[in-house]
Design a protein. Structure first.
Length: 448
């Protein structure tokens, strides 16, 4: 039971937050006259020594002391004696652990935001290098229309902006201090939670003591944000896996992020990308696991809540590691522009251009679409590209449409022209992408 009940193997990670929270609590108790100032000073200095010992690896962890709070307070008592017993005045482990975890999430969120920014910078750097590189755009994993590689990469930058916005929103709700709610009903001591909140960097103070000790919405939100970040990383990782295959041949990954086969010497496996993709399961699993823990808990605190920290810690570590691998992997990969260009020439990616050309000249789009389909079938029969069909072929296809195809049609079918015609807001035209890159640089490198 002692081993089963203990959480110290997990929550020792909260040592810094636990000690900083206790120091702020002790200082507040002294300001409020709840404990003598001399005792508070001894507590604060003693806690600093405890933290130093933990960081130096000198703390002896044991299941018999159950959690980080008990370890810290027991060691504090050994160091300063009786004053250590006054630290827990006006609080419970219930509001204490909620405070610790919120503090940890707030710090972790700031670290995560920095990693997301660096990941975005890698994407933008690669996009800048390939602002003129044309590649096939896909739907259903079928070649669809030509796009700029930079445009494709900037789609992932947009995902990351949303991730960072969700993260900031989540951290705003996490920054609410529960300390002072005590076990569940508040306390009779004259506390000043607002001053503790200010000392610790919280933005507000709890409104209901029952909710304060039992709320883990902030942990769920953080797990959801982490899950969605990892899903976005997994989508890009999947494309890197595909693009680095011989079937695509669009990119070559640096040897630093790929491995060889144990028996097939010719192979270069995209292991880093595959791991990023694979680890999405454990992050999403952590979110689902905590949702299930919380789904039937009565108010207020229940021991089930001890299960909140491990999935949060693991998901954060996983996502942060994925970002720290993905950013340099993107920065170091090689793009085969010629291979991408050849892929654009195959598969009739300019069929939509033919339909748009006719629609722009008064042909109803559905009818123009049908003519373009007929042109594709004719080109398939002749094993040629749409631009290789003759003027006579197009004249026959457009018979009765009151449209003269002429040389302008052939020009419209050129891939680069097809790209540059997509000038609608958010489209892949080069001026659009150039503007988007400029805006991204301005946001990601505000210092210039």
């Amino acid at each position: 039971m002692e081993r089963f009940n203990a959480s110290i193997s997990v929550d020792q990670r909260l040592c810094l937050q636990d000690i900083r929270g206790s120091q702020a609590h002790a200082a507040m108790l002294a300001r409020q006259g709840v404990i003598p100032a001399a005792d508070a000073e001894a507590i604060i200095k003693g806690l600093e020594q405890v933290l130093s010992e933990i960081q130096a690896g000198e703390m002896a962890w044991t299941d018999s002391l159950e959690d980080i709070h008990t370890h810290v307070e027991a060691r504090l008592k050994e160091l300063i004696g009786e004053p250590a017993g006054r630290l827990h005045t006006g609080r419970s482990r219930n509001d204490q652990v909620a405070t610790d975890l919120r503090l940890w999430v707030m710090q972790a969120g700031r670290e995560l935001d920095t990693a997301l920014r660096d990941y975005q910078r890698s994407l933008v750097g690669l996009a800048q290098d390939h602002a003129e590189t044309i590649m096939p755009g896909y739907t259903h994993l079928q070649r669809a229309q030509p796009v700029l590689l930079a445009h494709h990469l900037l789609a992932y930058v947009e995902m990351a902006w949303r991730d960072r916005a969700r993260l900031a929103d989540c951290l705003g709700r996490a920054a609410v201090l529960p300390l002072g709610a005590a076990a569940l009903a508040g306390t009779s001591f004259d506390l000043d939670p607002a001053s503790v909140a200010q000392d610790l960097g919280f933005q507000g103070v709890f409104a209901n003591s029952l909710d304060a000790v039992s709320d883990r919405d902030f942990a769920l939100e953080f797990l959801f944000v982490l899950s969605l970040i990892q899903v976005h990383l997994s989508r890009l990782a999947e494309e890197l896996v595909l693009w680095s295959s011989q079937e695509f041949g669009f990119i070559t990954l640096s040897d630093a992020f790929a491995t060889g086969s144990s028996i097939m010497p010719q192979k270069k496996n995209p292991d880093a990308a595959e791991l990023v993709r694979g680890k999405s399961g454990r992050v999403v699993g952590g979110l689902v696991g905590l949702l299930v823990v919380l789904k039937a808990l009565p108010l207020a605190y229940n021991k089930d809540l001890q299960e909140d920290k491990e999935p949060v810690f693991d998901a954060f570590d996983t996502v942060l590691d994925s970002l720290l691998v993905m950013a340099p992997m993107l920065a170091s990969l090689h793009v085969d522009q010629a291979r991408m260009g050849r892929a654009v020439e195959e598969g009739f990616l300019n069929a939509t251009e033919l339909a748009d050309f006719l629609a722009a000249r008064g042909v109803p789009f559905r009818q123009a679409h049908e003519v373009a389909g007929q042109a594709v079938r004719l080109a398939e029969e002749r094993a040629c590209a749409l631009q290789d069909l003759s003027d006579e072929d197009y004249a026959a296809l457009c018979q009765g449409l009151e449209v003269e195809p002429g040389p302008e049609l052939k020009q419209a079918l050129e891939p680069r022209r097809a790209v540059d015609r997509r000038t609608s807001p958010g489209g892949t035209a080069r001026p659009n992408v150039k503007k988007a890159l400029k805006e991204a640089r301005k946001r990601l490198w505000p210092e210039g």
